[in-house]
Design a protein around this ligand. Sequence first.
Ligand code: SAM
Length: 224
Amino acid sequence: MSKLFLIPTPIGNLKDITFRAVEILGSVDLILAEDTRQTRKLLNHYNISTPLQSHHMFNEHKSVESISSKILGGQTIALVSDAGTPGISDPGFLLVRTCLEKEIPVETLPGPTALIPALVNSGLPCDRFCFEGFLPPKKGRNKRIAGLVDETRTMIFYESPFRLVKTLDDLALYFGPDRNASVSRELSKMFEENIRGTLTFLSEYYATKSPKGEIVIIVAGKKD
Ligand code: SAM
């Protein structure tokens, strides 16, 4: 039966993909990709020649109808993002919702995502946590952080290297300078770095370093 697969892809190291993900990417009728050039590199690495079609945040509202029609017409389609799990700070949700509304089977494979290794590696409690994705850069930013002041679970944020220090400073302002945190940079890549300390320590550390690459910030929850 035709269906939609959501397939996690490596967040850095190309070996971080499951056997089943490779098998499904090689057997579906079509792969929807955020950036087809980026995904082509992965497919070439695994000798996969499945056709690719672009599906990103700028066209997903328009394309979900035609994609779901293709699946209803008998095709099996896989959605991937540039890295990690589709739908996690990446396109995916709209297509899943549309397919489920049309009673199309949806299957998401377990696999790479940046938030889990960053959380587990932080040394902060990972029995209960909340994923906040990217904070808004301007409008609504302070309100979002203020809403987390009483959060007791460990918090996870995605951030760009250009805003890292500002975000650490903003978090310190609301959560206090001594709140424990961890910054994971370039997970699974050659220059992976995990630095742990208070929000103030981390801000000072990165203020002198001009960080590059991809970043996850983990912040301890408020003490009960
Ligand atoms: N779908 C992805 C996932 O499952 O993690 C997230 C995509 S989001 C557009 C990209 C953000 O994820 C980056 O800005 C960074 O915060 C985080 N990220 C992705 N790869 C990473 C890596 N190798 N190391 C650290 N953070 C990473």
